[in-house]
Design a protein around this ligand. Structure first.
Ligand SMILES: Cc1ncc(COP(=O)(O)O)c(C=O)c1O
Length: 400
């Protein structure tokens, strides 16, 4: 299942950015491979040559290929895929399609993404929904027994799970949540922003009604592009985002409109076709590499990094969970996050910082205000992992 050395060499040849820096910020935005860059640039060039609307028509076959490629990534037909400008746009459009009434329940987890948590709190204020959060297991991740208990007692209209949180290596048990939702007839919204491109995703096993994601992270696509999977169940129920437009619906008469039948009901008319085509190239690149092998290598590199970092004095590796992914989070005593990030930057290492307000519940439990986030991907090397651990040690020793 692991990549061989010539495959790894090819991945790196395809990725000009690896010459410049050690990029361990794939959970922020990964380095795109050449085919992604070329797809974007060549479409922009065509727009400049023949006009933006004309270029979209000329590229219509390729555009249709976007839906096929993302569908293959999720094991879903093209009709269930829509393009979005970000994961958050995809997520909030899905949320907006559910007509919550006062007293309706949303059941989330403690590790759901910050913007999702804010949206739930807004719905609490605006629509009078009741928000519950599934208890977490001591070893991390939501507790299925707690989820089932709350579902039985409060009959949520929606269950929301973030598959991999932004701030740690945890992988939540998204399939178990899906089974519970099917069993109890709840809608299920899965945030797969950090898992898409990092591990295989199969909506027939996840049993989700909606799945949102972005391209710029582990999928290695461009910024400004995301996607939403919408199940046939949802499409048949005629759920539609709060505001439709001339692309997502037809204006059929002075006082009538008709929403599209497929998932493009969740799209807006205007989008960057260059980014859409770059996203298609990114999805195809990931499919060609193979998501099982990507997961295996990415998780393995991160595990090696975690092991090395845990040996460094005064550092606390924060990742919890029975399955840990490519995100490594750690806290370092007596350091402020920004100088640490800058010190690594000076050593040619890209990392990022998760602040307290990105993971209020998790960080309070762990007793930290921030975490350094290091996120290797399959195109990174074992040598880079060792170098990052060594450089970090040097930075901390210099300061001691
Ligand atoms: C788990 C998770 N969900 C959602 C998002 C939001 O993605 P976007 O910035 O594309 O809206 C992020 C971004 O970091 C994330 O980590």
């Amino acid at each position: 299942m692991l990549f061989n050395s010539s495959q790894l060499e090819k991945f790196r040849q395809d990725t000009p950015g690896v010459q410049e820096r050690i990029h361990f910020n794939n959970a922020g935005a990964a380095l795109p491979p050449e085919p992604v860059l070329q797809a974007i640039l060549s479409h922009l060039a065509m727009e400049a040559r023949i006009g933006g609307y004309e270029a979209a028509i000329a590229a219509r076959r390729e555009v249709a290929g976007f839906y096929k490629a993302v569908g293959r990534l999720l094991n879903a037909p093209s009709r269930n895929i829509s393009f979005a400008t970000s994961a958050t746009e995809a997520y909030t459009k899905a949320l907006s399609s559910i007509s919550f009434k006062p007293g309706d329940v949303i059941l989330a987890t403690e590790d759901d993404y910050v913007s999702n948590q804010i949206a739930f709190l807004q719905l609490q204020k605006r629509a009078g929904i009741r928000l519950f959060r599934t208890k977490s297991r001591p070893e991390g991740g939501f507790d299925p027994a707690s989820m089932e208990k709350i579902i039985r007692k409060h009959r949520p209209k929606l269950v929301a799970v973030t598959h991999i949180p932004t701030n740690s290596g945890l992988v939540q048990d998204a399939e178990v949540a899906g089974q519970l939702c099917r069993q109890h007839g709840c809608l299920y919204l899965l945030d797969a922003c950090q898992s898409a491109g990092q591990m295989p995703l199969d909506v027939t096993r996840l049993h989700c009604d909606f799945l949102s994601g972005t391209f710029r992270k582990f999928l290695r696509g461009p910024r400004g592009a995301g996607f939403l999977y919408v199940s046939d169940r949802v499409l048949k129920k005629e759920l539609a985002p709060l505001f439709l437009d001339l692309h997502s619906a037809d204006w059929t008469g002075a006082d009538s409109y008709s929403p599209r039948k497929d998932a493009r009901r969740f799209e807006s008319w205007e989008r960057s076709y260059a980014l859409l085509l770059g996203s298609k190239a990114a999805a195809e690149y990931a499919l060609k590499a193979g998501l099982d092998a990507i997961r295996e290598r990415t998780f393995r590199l991160a595990a090696s990094l975690r092991g090395q970092l845990s040996e460094i004095p005064h550092t606390q590796v924060l990742d919890r969970g029975k399955s840990l992914c490519g995100i490594v989070s750690l806290h370092i005593d007596n350091w402020k996050p920004l100088p640490l990030k800058m010190a690594l930057e000076q050593k040619g290492i890209n990392a990022s910082i998760a602040g307290h307000n990105s993971a209020v519940i998790d960080f309070d439990k762990k007793g930290v205000e921030w975490a350094l986030r290091l996120s290797p991907h399959y195109y990174n090397t074992e040598e880079e992992v060792n170098t990052v651990a060594e450089r970090l040690k040097e930075v901390l020793e210099k300061q001691a």
